[in-house]
Design a protein around this ligand. Sequence first.
Ligand code: FAD
Length: 499
Amino acid sequence: MSTPLHVVIAGGGTAGWMAANLFAALCPKERVRVTLVESPDIGIIGVGEGSTPTLKRFFEIIKVPEQVWMPTCNATYKVGIKFNDWSPKSGIHSYRHPFISQTDIFTQRAFEVNCHTRRLGLDTHTRPEDFLINGVLAKKNLGPLTPAHFPFTIQYGYHFDSALLGQFLSEHAQKQGVTHIKKGILAVKTHPDTSIASLLCDDDTEISGDFFIDCTGFRSLLLQQTLGVQFKSYKSNLFNDSAVVLPTSISNTIPSETEATALSAGWCWRIPLQNRFGNGYVYSAEYLSPDSAEEEFRRHLGILDSDDSCRHLSMKVGQVEQHWKKNCLALGLSQGFIEPLEATALHLVQICAEMFISKWQQGDYSSTHQQAFNAFAKERFDRVRDYIVAHYKLNTREDSEYWRDNRENDAISSSLANIINCWFQRKDLTQEIKRQDIGMHWDPISWHCLFSGYGAYPPLAPDQPGKGDHFAEKNIDTFVQGCALNFESHNANLASLLE
Ligand SMILES: Cc1cc2nc3c(=O)[nH]c(=O)nc-3n(C[C@H](O)[C@H](O)[C@H](O)COP(=O)(O)OP(=O)(O)OC[C@H]3O[C@@H](n4cnc5c(N)ncnc54)[C@H](O)[C@@H]3O)c2cc1C
């Protein structure tokens, strides 16, 4: 039998450890062995605390039940995101973008029809969270766990402490046979064909490998610094490049959603963990100095006089031009980053790692499918960017140049321009998403939530026939409230993890 290929992962942040676990779970041990090397001195970024529902699949793949990892990582359930103050002029103070669940099959048609009717100028009910079950759960502080007799699957993600999650994933990966080396990488050695040969460590040892995964964060030591892959900035599309972060104490009732509140030059997240709220203000340093951002952030949190010190971070927003080059794949911040408004970073790590492993294996561990993989990763990043850009493009705030500039910014992709035009021209958005074949990134219902949440509608027509509101006619409220009776409080769901 031939010796297994040696996959060397550089970097032990969440991306590195997610990759290590996925390789260990999805690649046969006789074909692939995995080593992860991380510096004991360079810390992880440590701020990624919210996920999409894709992370549920990650834990299913690595066969770790919620009862095992969630309490260890102070994790909570996440049924969606609540957006505050993004579109005050439309009269909408807040709206929710719930994760879409199976029961929504019964109500989403009514939601879409109402949105269309409202686009024609008739007064219909179009608040996403009143139609979609996860929105109702969030409003009532209910958790997403269903009793055995409830026949529908509820989609949910998680909130978690990223440092604890990293530790947990590190221990789990090592139990699955991943070798862990704690050393700084000083240099990267290459073969004559410029593919990577080995990592030279700070104790003069060398770690050679057949394939390398660059998880060194924004540094991108292997893919960008060594292999010279260019970074394509999204700066013209997305202005935010900085963040200031500070935790606060948790409430007695723990919410099951993230909040994203627009401030003067960006927005602030509030992520509920079991023991604290994670908070952060993501902003553009071109419009606001770090000191002013911190002051505004503290005022928003109601802790202007607190002695707790904030952490300031810079963000490099964009993606690499090639995610897989030669014998190196970048995952995590080293491959790119889109600001965390929809908490998509770890989602991208996971789907890229899964897709890479699948293509690599299809090509018998060769680079046969490299081009197809790179096209996949680029498209994923671009389409996630578009959905985030739409939040800025549709804002109706008037309090600063930042919001006006975002609204007037014409640096948007043709894909997004076509979606926005389709909506305002009252055409069929579902068909447009189908035509562009982009439903796997954000489905039509998510786009409806976004447009409706911003109140992106024409003025009401002077004559209202008083008919055609499917929310009332189809008794949507009775249906969703009835469904909600099956769910326990989020606190009860969390307590049940310890039983
Ligand atoms: C403000 C902000 C908010 C975010 N919020 C979210 C969110 O809500 N949800 C989400 O999914 N994502 C979020 N993210 C992104 C998320 O934090 C990252 O995608 C995730 O933590 C993965 O980071 P990483 O592992 O790529 O890099 P890092 O955490 O930076 O890890 C880099 C690793 O490389 C190692 N390393 C670097 N150089 C060397 C060297 N020379 N030798 C040896 N080792 C080295 C370090 O020791 C470290 O282990 C957020 C990011 C930011 C900036």
